[in-house]
Design a protein around this ligand. Structure first.
Ligand code: HEM
Length: 216
């Protein structure tokens, strides 16, 4: 007698990531710093400080990306953020911005984690998903709120612009397809989702410290 086991088709990784980080996304979105920044209750220096943290994070993320043998096609030139953040920081802090930005302890911890996982494509994917898909999604809302409440036009907000990506939606679809094509067994997939949860928590910790500085 032959037995056939019916293995349910695994949920695509992109769906597992979205579902698996839903709670962490809500927590990050609802952090005091983010809510107040988004409602116009803080000032430009709060956003400038956030941009400074983003430089440290994307420098580490993009260094990890460029070190990878990217056989998953997940590292895209169009996504690179470091030059845009540097441009924003020059606008926000002035020409001597390098001497004026400071990296918070929670950001340093985030950077250390990115350095640790850098060599692993699946774990890199968890971090890249968390940041880049967020920037291409909620980031676009954040940009509009920063324009509305803090009087920015485009200078200072280059971080949120992806001039080499013609339409964001189809690009995000391709990104999700690449995630879904990674060959991972069940255990490795769970590790990717868990790493993405951690990535959200690392972001939330940065917001917590920014809140301690800027929320009075
Ligand atoms: C004010 C704060 C935020 C708002 C308003 C916001 C809003 C959104 C919205 C509306 C989407 C869905 C867009 C779509 O269906 O394409 C989205 C997706 C996403 N956001 Fe956020 N977000 C915020 C903060 C964050 C933060 C802090 C992170 C992580 C650091 C993040 C990461 C993501 C990711 C990874 C996705 C893609 C989900 C998926 O489809 O797999 N977001 N966000």
């Amino acid at each position: 007698m032959t037995t056939t086991s019916v293995v349910p088709k695994a949920v695509p990784l992109s769906v597992a990531l979205r579902e698996g980080t839903r709670g962490e996304h809500e927590t990050a979105e609802r952090s005091g710093f983010v809510e107040l920044l988004m409602s116009g209750a803080l000032d430009r220096s709060a956003y400038a400080d956030l941009a400074a943290q983003q430089l440290a994070v994307y420098t580490a993320l993009e260094a990890a990306g460029s070190r990878l043998a990217d056989d998953g096609g997940l590292v895209f030139d169009q996504l690179v953020r470091v030059p845009a953040i540097e441009q924003d920081l020059a606008f926000l802090f002035g020409g001597d911005w390098r001497a004026r930005v400071r990296v918070l302890p929670a950001t340093q911890a985030y950077v250390r984690r990115l350095e640790e996982v850098g060599g692993s494509l699946p774990l890199y994917a968890a971090h890249a998903y968390t940041r880049y898909l967020g920037d291409l999604s909620g980031g676009q809302i954040i940009k509009r709120m920063l324009q509305r409440y803090y009087g920015f036009e485009s200078a200072g907000l280059a971080f949120y612009d992806f001039p080499q990506i013609h339409k964001l939606k189809p690009f995000k679809d391709v990104y999700r397809e690449r995630l879904d094509a990674l060959e991972l067994d069940a255990e490795a997939r769970e590790a990717v989702v868990e790493e993405a949860r951690d990535a959200f928590r690392l972001n939330a910790a940065v917001f917590g410290e920014l809140g301690a500085v800027h929320v009075r």
